[in-house]
Design a protein around this ligand. Structure first.
Ligand code: MCA
Ligand code: AMP
Length: 503
């Protein structure tokens, strides 16, 4: 028994129905996809991986990249997908921390990665966006079927790393049951069926594109228009073939800024969902005016998958993230005492349910700090729940920037900038941005008598931080505002610089 494999993949064995429609016009059936995944599972097992071992994948989105996920589930290997923008330094931490035995990376980066990967006692294989590489070469002569590894619902299926407000990233351990329960709930709530065609333009290295979008479509038995990335022209060209799309708010603002995006173009669609970052109520309203569709906004986290959703039938309320999903308990608590607050009061959102992860890999202290013994997870999001149950997120009790749906932890950038010559201290903040929702600004205090150069500071980020984390602006100031306790008042900085990118 391997509940996740059986329910997501095994049920489609032998089905000649389409699973992936590619931008090239080709498509791949469920059966062909499963045969490829089985060949890949043999490669994992030949490489010495046994159930419970970790595989780290930093690969471009492709059918092969998705089959790598399926192969891990079939072989019982814990899948650790990584953002393709991560630098070698960032990658080294994930490989070392997770103890990954096998790393699958882009052939173009192999020479750069190999010494680091091998130095960490891992093997490196390659997989390119076009499906070529040493991994697929090794799979070519393997059998089309694989004896699925036995796994229990409580066994680990994936590690997804999430940054922390202090220190390094934490590996969120997700079990088979976490993933399966959430996918099944969402299929029901959002009415997905085998007739659905999901326009999939999200990356597949995060919860949204991999677990929300892909797992839901696998459970439903539908198909996906599987695009390498969100390219506006390609998305517009493909919308008439789709019945649904899941996106981050940037997808929707980009579509609305294009005149080709009309009511006619979306007439075959039955559902647009949004999440990963706040969708402005204004975007929701403009979207409905343009297309007649009300975007269904939901709220989740890497550690919990999805927690709340606006209803499929009923009021999809702009500016809210809807109601707790079936099986998910949600309460709003006092940030200081943890005591539950009455409806209508703002506090920290806590959630409990089969969706909530098992803890952070080898970080018992961090797990204990965020996951209560009674099973409630402290999200760090500030919200309020109305008398009618609708939840509104009003802010964050954590120092986090969300840019185009990617999470960025200021501390990580501050640590890089503080190490630069001539820098006394820095404060990194998020400010409103018309395309990305929020973007990164670094406020820098130079050491006396020096004048750090923005170009040098930017160059320092290039080596150690993924491009999406780089500050889009460096503001040089004499001192940072502090409260009486000496803590930097980022709210004042956010207010000062809030207009930097406004239209
Ligand atoms: C790309 N760039 C970015 C971002 N993406 N910078 C800041 N924030 C970003 N999100 C950089 C590129 O490196 C490039 O740098 C420049 O911005 C312009 O690139 P562009 O071509 O415009 O970007 P894009 O390729 O169109 O990507 C934008 C995007 C993409 C479509 C919004 O970032 C995206 O697909 N985001 C989705 C993220 C996601 O799936 N999040 C889910 C996390 P240069 O200046 O060098 O040109 S899961 C989650 O949060 C929870 C669980 C949940 O609830 O879902
Ligand atoms: P991640 O750590 O990538 O899983 O990001 C999770 C965070 O994204 C949550 O803690 C929220 O702060 C934010 N988030 C996700 N969905 C929404 C939403 N619909 N509205 C506001 N914030 C959201």
């Amino acid at each position: 028994m391997n509940p996740l494999y059986d329910r997501l993949f095994g049920v489609h064995a032998g089905k000649d129905t389409p699973f992936l429609h590619l931008a090239s016009g080709d498509s791949m059936t469920h059966a062909a996809f499963l045969r490829m995944a089985a060949r890949f599972a043999h490669v994992l097992s030949n490489a010495g991986l046994v159930p419970g071992d970790r595989l780290a994948a930093q690969v471009e989105k492709s059918p092969e990249a998705l089959a790598l996920y399926a192969a891990c589930v079939q072989a019982g290997v814990v899948f650790l997908p990584l953002n393709t923008a991560y630098t070698r330094d960032e990658l080294a931490y994930f490989i070392e921390n997770s103890g990954a035995k096998l790393v699958v990376g882009d052939p173009a980066k192999a020479d750069d990665l190999r010494p680091m990967v091998e130095g960490l006692d891992a093997q490196l294989m390659t997989l390119a966006a076009d499906g070529t590489g040493s991994f697929t070469e090794a799979a070519a002569d393997k059998p089309d079927s694989f004896d699925t590894a036995g796994r229990e619902e409580d066994d680990l299926a994936a590690f997804l790393y999430t940054s922390g407000t202090t220190g390094r990233s934490k590996g969120a351990m997700l079990t088979q049951a976490n993933l399966l329960s959430n996918a099944e709930t969402l299929v029901d709530c959002w009415r997905f069926t085998a007739d659905d065609v999901l326009l999939h333009a999200l990356p597949i290295f995060h919860t949204h594109g991999l677990f929300v979008a892909t797992n839901v479509m696998l459970v439903a038995g539908g198909s996906m228009i599987f695009l390498p990335k969100f390219d506006l022209d390609v998305v517009i060209a493909n919308l008439p073939r789709a019945t649904s799309m899941m996106g981050v708010p940037t997808f929707y603002t980009r579509l609305l800024n294009d005149d080709r995006f009309t009511r006619d173009l979306t007439q075959g669609m039955r559902l647009f969902t949004s999440g990963s970052a706040p969708l402005l109520a204004e975007t929701h309203v403009r979207f409905e005016e343009r297309t007649g569709h009300r975007i269904l906004e939901r709220y989740g986290m890497t550690e919990t998958n999805m927690n709340t959703s606006n209803p499929y039938d009923g009021d999809r309320r702009a500016g809210t993230v809807g109601l707790p999903l079936p099986g998910v308990e949600l309460k709003v608590c006092d940030p200081e005492t943890g005591a539950e607050l009455p409806r209508g009061e703002v506090g920290v959102i806590e959630v409990r349910g089969p969706n909530v992860f098992k803890g952070y890999w080898q970080m018992p202290d961090k797990t204990a700090a965020e996951l209560r013994e009674d099973g409630f997870f402290i999200t760090g999001d500030l919200g309020v729940q109305g008398e009618d149950g609708y939840v509104t997120i009003v802010g964050r009790n954590k120092d986090l920037i969300i840019s185009g749906g990617y999470n960025i932890y200021p501390k990580e950038i501050e640590q890089v900038l503080d190490d630069q010559p001539g820098v006394l201290e820095t404060a990194v903040i998020g400010v409103p941005h018309p395309d990305f929702g929020e973007t990164v600004v670094a406020v820098v205090v130079p050491q006396e008598g020096t004048a750090p150069d923005a170009g040098q500071l930017a160059a320092a980020c290039t080596d150690s931080l993924a491009r999406f984390k780089h500050p889009r602006r460096f503001e040089i100031v004499g001192a940072l505002p502090r409260n009486t306790m000496g803590k930097v008042q980022k709210n004042i900085l956010r207010d000062t610089y809030k207009g930097l990118f406004s239209n």
